[in-house]
Write a protein that binds this ligand. Structure first.
Ligand code: AGP
Length: 607
């Protein structure tokens, strides 16, 4: 899950735009970076391990010349992050440069074949076979486009690639299969990139390349064709609705903090879903004999929360399943009576798409909930809904979690109405509560940042945290744990609080910080018991509870007060916010970059 960017400009140097494009894609991977440009028929390549900001200075990227070029920021899958394995990779004569996002599964056999034909390889990557394959095809006096087409037909696996060559210095050839790629057209040039934020500064006119398509970019525009048979494909430009500012940090030091503070707005947008899609998805859910909620990471936590909401509101049993385990667990039973609601903010997560592909092959109904228009999930779903969170750049999902739970709540309410499971009064009351959600989050953001900063200072030295909740709050606790774990690298546990006495309580020592999620509701009495259990072993109790909840406040060392009147079923949305802030503040206090946690990337497009 790397970031690729390319541009062909009418005039001016491309190096700045390439660096800017890579910078905007760094959330996809940042362990090494490289640029290739053609100037006066000469292919220049500079690349090394490290983040763009360091490598660019070290290798003086700004000295590179030309109005056409490609750039890559990497998240290593094959070959350690070092200069040799960094992209672009070239052919034997250094005249063809390729950048790639994805995994070539049959690269070993292709490499063997090419070595037998006299090619030699310098890196341990899968990608390096591509420029050599193209070189091999071009030997037959075949042009760059057709040689790339032929080379791609030899590849098995996933790819988004961009090819630049000094042999045909006026064009970039790019293509995709499974990994995302979008084109952009402006008055001054043509672009390709892994994601819209990278080209948004130059244009809002885009084309989403589809699986198995190749495009040739020149200053005049683009032509698209099918990889399998070279057939020409015409596709109109689409307009991107959100503006650049939404993809900028504005006055915030980090994207994560900006996106946490954007939640009141993203939740308000999330309450204005497109009616016809809500209707369609609800109808499909109603028909489903068995309904699976499938997602990875934070999206998985939305699925867990959703399963409580569907059961309690619409009396619909749903099965929340971790994407990477779906095929193994339900692959042999899923079928025509199954409905899969896949949840993925990027709409490109490999594990989730794999679960979907398997289900579709067995005639299951696939529905999608995503934040990304034009993503693969939107194309493979029978019906999908866009959660309207706006672009999320920080690797740690924040506003996309709260929007997902908000959308799932609205679908459950709609289904409850369709099935007559709630009285009109109950429906009206829940709808009124839904409308209050953005205001509650606004209130929490205004009041709790400072107390959470002091909390972070108090617990800065702790090496282990335990997050606990009961009922739907176990999903909130898991999300809190994931935020802390992924951006502070602090070991942390999370599980339904009732499980403590079945094992985990054994690790609790004097002073172990236990974070409890305790909204008012059906689980309130039991969570008090769980707190007492941990307290009895010397744990320090941090409780997220309703303001003035004296029972909880009385048995906790620290509390973060939540606005009154939040129903338990909607509590994962506002109650996740202080947990997002706690993780953020601890990361910043520890001098870590919350936007680009080590070993992670925003969308995981490989197995
Ligand atoms: C969450 O903060 C992480 N970035 C990660 O767990 C993420 O939720 C997961 O990779 C799923 O991504 P998706 O929603 O784009 O499918």
């Amino acid at each position: 899950m790397c970031g690729i960017f390319g541009c062909v400009l009418l005039k001016g140097s491309a190096v700045e735009q390439i660096q800017d494009g890579i910078k905007r894609l760094e959330y996809r991977g940042y362990d090494s970076v490289g640029i290739a440009m053609v100037d006066h028929g000469v292919l220049q390549i500079r690349k090394d391990a490290g983040k763009l900001s360091d490598v660019s200075k070290r290798l003086k990227f700004s000295e590179m010349r030309g109005s056409i070029g490609i750039g890559h920021t990497r998240w290593a899958t094959h070959g350690a992050p070092n200069m040799i394995n960094a992209h672009p990779h070239t052919d034997s004569n250094g005249r063809i440069a390729v950048i790639h996002n994805g995994v070539i599964e049959n690269f070993m056999e292709l490499k063997k074949e090419l070595i037998e034909k006299g090619h030699s390889f310098v890196s341990r990557t899968d990608t390096e076979v591509i420029p050599h394959l193209i070189e091999e095809e071009m030997k037959g006096d075949v042009g760059l486009r057709d040689a790339t087409l032929r080379a791609l037909r030899r590849l098995k696996g996933s790819y988004a690639i961009a090819v630049l060559s000094s042999l045909e210095p006026d064009k970039i050839v790019c293509a995709r299969h499974e990994s995302p790629l979008v084109l952009g057209v402006s008055k001054n040039g043509t672009y390709c990139a892994s994601d819209v934020p990278a080209i948004r500064p130059y244009t809002n006119k885009v084309v989403y390349l589809r699986n198995g398509e190749l495009a040739v970019l020149t200053v005049g525009g683009y032509e698209i064709m099918r990889v399998s048979d070279g057939a020409e494909i015409s596709r109109d430009l689409e307009e991107v609705s959100w503006d650049l500012e939404m993809a900028e940090k504005q006055e915030y030091p980090h994207y994560m903090l900006k996106e946490i503070y954007e939640q009141p707005t993203s939740l308000r947008y999330g309450l204005r879903l497109q009616e016809k899609y809500v209707e369609l998805i609800t109808t499909f859910l109603d028909r489903g004999k068995e309904v699976f909620l499938v997602g990875a990471g934070t999206s998985q936590h939305s699925c867990i929360a959703g399963s409580y909401i569907f059961a309690k509101l619409a009396r619909l049993t749903t099965y929340p399943v971790v994407s990477s385990e779906f095929v193994e667990r339900y692959g042999s039973t899923v079928g025509i009576d199954s409905t899969i609601l896949a949840v993925s903010q990027s709409g490109e997560t490999y594990d989730t798409l794999k679960a979907i592909d398997h289900s579709r092959m067995r005639a299951a109904t696939v529905l999608g909930l995503t934040n990304t228009v034009g993503s693969t999930l939107t194309r493979v779903s029978r019906a999908y809904i866009i959660q309207q969170s706006g672009p999320e750049i920080g690797v740690a999902a924040t506003k996309t979690f709260t929007s997902q739970v908000l959308v799932l709540s609205q679908l459950a309410l709609r289904l409850a109405r369709l099935r007559g499971k709630l009285s009109q009064d109950e429906i009206d009351e829940f709808e009124a509560k839904l409308k209050k959600v953005p205001g509650w989050v606004e209130n929490i953001l205004e009041r709790s940042r400072e107390p959470i900063k002091s909390l972070a200072e108090k617990y800065i030295g702790d090496k282990l945290f335990i997050f606990l909740g009961r009922g739907i709050s176990s999903a909130t606790a898991m999300e809190g744990r994931l935020k802390l774990l992924e951006i502070t690298y602090t070991p942390a546990l999370a599980y339904p609080a009732g499980e403590s006495k079945h094992g985990p309580i054994s690790i609790v020592e004097k002073g172990t910080p236990c974070v409890f999620v305790c909204p008012r509701g059906d689980t309130h009495a039991e969570i008090i018991g769980s707190i007492m259990e941990m307290k009895a072993r010397g744990a320090r109790i941090i409780s997220i509870c309703e303001e003035g909840d004296s029972e909880i406040e009385g048995i906790s060392d620290d509390t973060i007060g939540m606005p009154k009147g939040i129903p338990e079923l909607l509590s994962p949305i506002p109650y996740a916010v202080p947990l997002q802030l706690l993780a953020y503040e601890l990361a910043v206090l520890r001098g870590l970059d919350p936007d680009m946690p080590r070993n992670l990337a925003k969308s995981v497009t490989v197995p």
